[in-house]
Design a binder for this molecule. Structure first.
Ligand code: KG4
Ligand code: ZN
Length: 347
């Protein structure tokens, strides 16, 4: 594909509505992300029907906006890439149908992008990280919906090394935060609160620490937070109690993640780097622990900038570019898939 060719990417699998225009050489011509935090926060989590309606309301406008900023007509694009799974089916239908409509109207190739693949390939986008990563690398996908260790061996070549047995790690942050009376999404608020806390005063369990493999389990830790809160005098933790519990929770998560990452690296001895993606990658304690675990193996911890770690359309467009390069396009009849494991992607 010509390096000047541009791809329009669409993301609507969860609660971020996003569009971006990316050149095949990795230059971001335009990007826009609209978070639905305000719509969902009264409910303490993402409400699928509200998310789908918000995507429908905002995505067409974001597309017009990024096309104008990029200074391109649809007919000048090399292709349309839309997240087509995994995720909430309503949002997936909105984004992929819009993408197919544009592709059909302008005779463009359509790429049905797997959202996990988009996260996985972000670190290979030129200019995103200081030293570009080479295959194979270990990806830790740590978000509100996903918690996986993935061997990224090439475009379309992924092996899941470990996954969560219950909650995603971002979900665990959100639930612990809720128990501490913090607003949703809880991760950032919990991290702020933890700064004032003593992680050693109220020790919490570290699920699966030291166990073989690199699976995760967070529900026991969440229950332990509930018990710690209930044990406070009158079941009402003081501000200091809350900060101490937040600090202990964050320390437990960071320690477990580092341990699981260590095991994952042992399962992928050829890894050239440890890459993190997902909203939880914004957490400084988590980054510090992972970076130390990677350094022990002489590897760098590579973290794309936060706006590209969380859900965005640049990563979707980039996955589209990589697939178009390999001649991998999808039929307009391609059905979005709420569940779509990475292993099913063989290029
Ligand atoms: O990747 P993301 O924006 O959306 C998806 O879930 O796909 O991740 C959001 C998750 C939420 O659970 C949020 O609480 C968590 O990432 N998060 C954090 C931090 N910032 C966001 N968790 C811990 N510390 C943070 N600083
Ligand atoms: Zn995501």
């Amino acid at each position: 594909m010509d390096t000047e060719a541009a791809v329009l990417g669409l993301e609507s699998s969860c609660d971020e509505t996003a569009a971006a225009v990316l050149r095949a050489d990795g230059t971001i011509l335009a990007e826009a992300v609209l978070s639905q935090e305000k719509e969902h926060s009264p409910y303490g989590g993402v409400v699928p029907e509200i998310a789908a309606r918000a995507h429908l309301e905002h995505l067409p406008r974001l597309v017009a906006q990024v096309m104008e900023k990029a200074g391109l007509e649809f007919s000048q694009l090399a292709g349309i890439a839309a997240t087509s799974g995994p995720g909430l089916i309503g949002g997936l239908i909105v984004g992929s149908t819009l993408g197919k409509g544009i592709a059909l109207a302008h005779g463009l190739p359509f790429v049905a992008v797997n959202h996990l693949e988009a996260h996985a390939l972000t670190a290979t986008l030129p200019g995103v990280v200081e030293t570009p990563v080479r295959f194979p690398y270990l990806l830790l996908l740590l978000s509100g919906g996903h918690c996986q260790c993935v061997a990224v061996e090439g475009v379309g070549r992924y092996r899941r090394l470990g996954t969560t047995l219950d909650d995603a790690v971002g979900e665990a942050f959100d639930k612990a935060a809720k128990l501490l009376g913090l607003p949703w999404p809880g991760g950032p608020a919990l991290e702020r609160l933890a700064k004032a806390g003593n992680p050693a005063r109220i020790p919490l369990p570290r699920p699966l620490l030291g166990r073989p493999g690199c699976d995760f389990s967070w529900s026991g830790l969440k229950t332990a937070v509930a018990h710690a809160v209930a044990r406070c005098p009158g079941g009402a933790p003081s501000d200091q109690d809350k900060a101490d519990i937040a600090a202990a929770f964050q320390a437990a998560v960071a320690a477990v993640l580092a341990d699981r990452a260590k095991h994952a690296l042992a399962m992928l001895p050829e890894a050239t780097a440890m890459v993190v993606a997902g909203g939880v990658a914004a957490n400084q304690a988590v980054r510090g622990a992972l970076s130390a675990a990677a350094a022990k193996r002489g590897l760098p911890l590579v973290a794309p900038p936060i706006r590209l770690c969380t859900d965005n359309a640049v990563m979707v467009a980039w996955a589209g570019v990589e697939r178009l390069r390999l001649g991998l396009t999808d039929e307009l009849g391609h059905a979005p898939r709420p569940r779509w494991p990475l292993e099913g992607l063989a290029a």
